[in-house]
Design a binder for this molecule. Sequence first.
Ligand code: NDP
Length: 320
Amino acid sequence: MHAIVVTEPGGPDALRYRRMPDPVPGPGEVLVRTRAIGVNYRDVYVRRGEYPAELPVPGLEGAGEVVAAGEGAEVAVGDRVAWGYGRAGYAELVAVPADQCVPVPDGIDWQVAGGALLQGMTAHYLLESVYRPTPEDAVLIHAGAGGMGQLLVQWAAARGARVITTVSTDEKEKLAREAGAWQVLRYGDDLAEHVRELTGGEGVSAVYDGVGAATFEASLASLRPRGTLALFGSASGRVPPFDLQRLAELGSLLVTRPVLPHFLRTRAEVRWRADEVFGAIADNTLRIRFGGTYALSEAAQAHRAIESRATTGSLVLLPD
Ligand code: NDP
């Protein structure tokens, strides 16, 4: 089979298209011929060597047809399956833990199946299990035109919350508004001040921050007393070490640094989140907007695009 391989961590050119031996599914795994593979910001951190354990083949998300099932696997040969947290994903064949695979419902095409679950299930746990916004709440969601951002904005707005979001350009502002944002702001020193003005001085109930170093201080300063900061990513770099005493001074704030696998701990949890994502796509609560599709061999181009900050929406690799 062909796969994208990283032998030395580095820039996008570290992603090389190579022939590799076909993976062999172990107990509880299934072998899947991929039809669409999601590209996520997390894959950039992996390629750079910031999550070294998963190489040589990066990627976690995809969809395809089961071609072989190991002992104990729940799914059968021929099933259409998708996963948001598998492994070794940038490849024509992938051995995926069967307990992470969910059936792809009729009406969901390969591109959506392969590119929606990782971000969709992340949006689900952030809005369902970290802080659940209601119509009483104003919330701040950073990078509202990005892959995660558009999903969070749509879903939080559908729950009736007033969504304030940040973007870097006019084009992105338009997309964030289309997704349902109530107010769209630019990043900058006076961001928290604007958030306070918009909330009558109170601040927001929760901030969903996947930008990290560049926004962390403004995120804290935008919260109401006992507000929640869900720091779920670091697209601009990691947040430096932090004195917990400041949380008391800022208003008994809650800060968490969640990651998807801790919210997919049981088979029931995987099915619940994936079914709700596919259900929200089917009833148009979530519209998946693709920021680009690339051949598997063009993975480096996809990484360049996402890192250049130019993309708006999910990116997908399509094997030949
Ligand atoms: P995006 O499509 O959102 O791309 C990142 C966006 O961040 C950019 O488009 C840009 O939007 C904004 N940004 C702000 N500052 C920078 C910077 N210095 N460099 C690059 N981008 C910047 O990516 P994803 O939707 O794939 O991921 C968003 C975040 O969510 C990432 O941090 C990712 O790691 C995280 N994530 C976390 C998960 C978890 O479970 N914890 C799971 C999935 C994703 P703009 O130009 O408008 O500012």
